[in-house]
Design a protein around this ligand. Structure first.
Ligand code: PGA
Length: 252
């Protein structure tokens, strides 16, 4: 049996000031020994927080992620932050394709193809998000929607590149709503995702972590993480509290 990495990644979104964020990272660090040693923690923080959080968690084994990167390498792109900049500040990961970016900031598959290529070039591991809306699920299109999100972006990678990708399944209707997918709904989609990945990447798909996200919290993490194809979580709201975040990491 292939052992996939177990991962609990926090997505702080646009929350906390820099001092508050550094404090939160220190609180996570102070409790990091409570989690099982085979669970990898990652903190997905705002751009402004990266340097301070990188310093706070330095040498701890906790991973650092940005929540986006530019679709261009460098140059006259006011307000953008490049993959190389993220690498230089100490990021190992970058969240790409989050539904909030797709929904509010016009993130397209085409841009994501460029972003993921640049992330790869810098050696950043993408945390690539997919997920359907409630409307799409109710219409019975959830499997095909998620499959096309994967095909349109991840299928541009080689199997060697795909080996460093972390996929996060985040049903849009479960994000920040308190409404979690049932373990059955999540497992069913995770198995589908792995099948789609296997169709393109073969055995590599067995090693790619697929995380669940969407109102994942200490009270439901255990049931979700017990599923065969759920390798951890991408945690929004509950990652803003160190105790809750660690409790989730202890749920395997
Ligand atoms: P949530 O967010 O845990 O607050 O639902 C998850 C996410 O959007 O990554």
């Amino acid at each position: 049996m292939i052992m996939r990495m177990k991962i609990v990644a926090g997505n702080w979104k646009m929350n906390t000031t820099v001092p508050e964020g550094v404090e939160l990272a220190k609180n996570v660090l102070a409790k990091v020994s409570e989690k099982p040693s085979d669970v990898k923690l990652i903190l997905g923080v705002p751009f402004t927080h990266l340097a301070g959080v990188a310093e706070a968690i330095s040498g701890s084994g906790i991973g650092l992620a940005a929540q986006n990167c530019a679709d261009k390498e460098s140059g006259a792109y006011t307000g953008e932050v490049s993959a190389a900049m993220l690498k230089s500040v100490g990021c190992g990961y970058v969240i790409l394709g989050h539904s909030e970016r797709r929904q509010y900031y016009g993130e397209t598959d085409e841009r994501l193809v460029a972003k993921i290529a640049l992330a790869m070039k810098e050696g950043l591991a993408p945390i690539f998000c997919v997920g359907e809306t409630l409307e799409q699920r109710e219409a019975g299109n959830h499997f095909s929607v998620v499959e096309s999100q994967i095909r349109n972006v991840l299928f541009t990678l080689t199997p060697e590149q795909a080996a460093s990708v972390i996929v996060a399944y985040e049903p849009v209707w479960a994000i920040g709503t308190g409404k979690t997918a049932t373990a059955g709904q999540a497992q069913e989609m995770h198995a589908h995702i792995r099948k789609v990945l296997a169709g393109r990447f073969g055995d590599v798909a067995e090693t790619m972590p697929v995380l669940y996200g969407g109102s994942c919290k200490p009270s439901n993490a255990k049931e979700l993480f017990a599923c065969a194809d759920i390798d951890g979580g991408l945690i929004g709201g509950a990652s803003l509290n160190a105790d809750d975040f660690l409790a989730i990491a202890k749920s395997f």
